[in-house]
Design a protein around this ligand. Structure first.
Ligand SMILES: Cc1ncc(COP(=O)(O)O)c(C=O)c1O
Length: 376
């Protein structure tokens, strides 16, 4: 059997990782400023995370959600405290798309409506409802069509004012910083207007924090910068540092009913141990503050490089546009300088390193970037 060829692959075989570094099969070392697509939060194979998983594996890897699993409670408690949402409830699942699917479903159960408001260039996953609220027709199959979705321009308060007059929505789903869309920050005024409209119309505000959440922006949720609180937050990526886990953080106004949501693997002991390992390291190493400081440093230094256009971002979620003259930058960074970076449509480079990337590693990156800019 061969692999179903859906991923455009970079010609590198990665076989090992440690902290912010990965190695290929020939022993060459690469600096990972991409974090395996914003997934690596506490660094590749962090020793505490490895211990947590190893110990759990010897104890109990899996049991179903038909019994009490104390690690789930532990995770919910710690996540509630660290995210500043102690009165929210946690539903555990396995990926970002699944988290969004369940969040949207929950909103519809809550207010019995059907129509969703989503935003241009937003990305929310590839399951049926999640992909239908994602602004990319190329990945929507006919079988995913038929959901009632309205797409609005991002950061356009005027558009919101008229759309909320015309429609009755079950939910609005919004990233605090659009990731796949090219690192576009939701403005304070925009998120505050959304919150106001949702309050006035009993619409559920869903903060998709799958990529921009979990400390990556320098706050637990990037939506926090606007001083608003979403009714539901969805998380995944950095939550498990590579161990697949997702979560839906659900406001106290939502009533749970047995059978309403469910999944076989969601919240299994191994995944909970991995997620607890991540939170423990984030707390002990004061990572959110570290992200804010390292991010500010990177932004300042990148701001001195005239070739980089429209530099933007928060914390360790940084993007810039690459001019036509340097359109090979990502390739040169990878092949010559041995640095992984992310990209987005339209010549955008995305930086999504581990939250504990050090100042020294940031300096190594800046030097390699300078070299790459020169040899483009
Ligand atoms: C903002 C956002 N939401 C949802 C998803 C989907 O997550 P997953 O690939 O884990 O299903 C992604 C993935 O890139 C994302 O960036």
């Amino acid at each position: 059997m061969d692999l179903f060829d859906v991923y455009p692959l970079q010609p590198v075989k990665i076989v090992r990782g440690q902290g912010s570094w990965v190695w290929n099969d020939r022993g060459d070392r690469y600096l990972d400023m991409y974090g395996g697509h914003a997934v690596i939060s506490i660094g590749h194979s962090h020793p505490h995370w490895v211990d947590r998983i190893e110990n759990q594996l010897r104890q109990l890897a899996f049991y179903s959600n038909s019994v009490e699993l104390p690690l789930q409670q532990e995770l919910a408690k710690m996540l509630g405290e660290m995210s500043g949402l102690p009165d929210y409830h946690l539903f555990l699942c396995n990926s970002g798309a699944e988290a969004n699917e369940n969040a949207l479903k929950l909103a519809s159960f809550y207010n019995r409506r059907r129509k969703v408001l989503a935003f241009e260039k937003g990305f929310h996953g590839r399951t049926s409802l999640a992909v239908s609220v994602t602004d990319n027709p190329a990945i929507v199959a006919p079988v995913n069509q038929g959901h009632e979705v309205v797409f609005a321009p991002f950061n356009d308060v005027e558009a919101l004012n008229s759309l909320f007059k015309e429609h009755e929505f079950t939910a609005v789903i919004v990233e605090g910083i659009q990731g796949v869309g090219g690192i576009r920050i939701a403005e304070t005024e925009f998120l505050q207007a959304l919150r106001r409209h949702c309050d006035q119309s009993d619409t559920v505000l869903i903060g998709d924090s799958v990529q921009c959440g979990y400390g990556r922006s320098g706050r637990f949720f990037s939506h926090d910068f606007s001083g608003i609180q979403a009714d539901i937050y969805t998380v995944a990526k950095g939550m498990g540092n590579g161990f697949p886990i997702g979560g839906v953080l659900i406001g106290p106004q939502f009533q749970a009913k047995h059978g309403m949501l469910g999944t076989t693997f969601g919240g299994n002991p191994l995944a909970c141990a991995a997620a607890l390992g991540v939170l423990e390291v984030m707390e002990k190493e004061n990572l959110i503050e570290h992200v804010a400081q390292t991010g500010a440093y990177l932004m300042e230094e990148l701001g001195r490089m005239p070739e980089l256009q429209n530099l933007r971002g928060r914390g360790l979620m940084i993007g810039f546009d690459v001019p036509e003259s340097h359109k090979n930058l990502k390739k040169v960074l990878l092949e010559k300088e041995k640095v992984f970076t992310g990209e987005a449509k339209g010549g955008v480079i995305r930086l999504l390193p581990a939250l504990n990337v050090s100042r020294e590693e940031a300096d190594v990156f800046l030097e390699k970037l300078q070299n790459a800019l020169k040899s483009c």
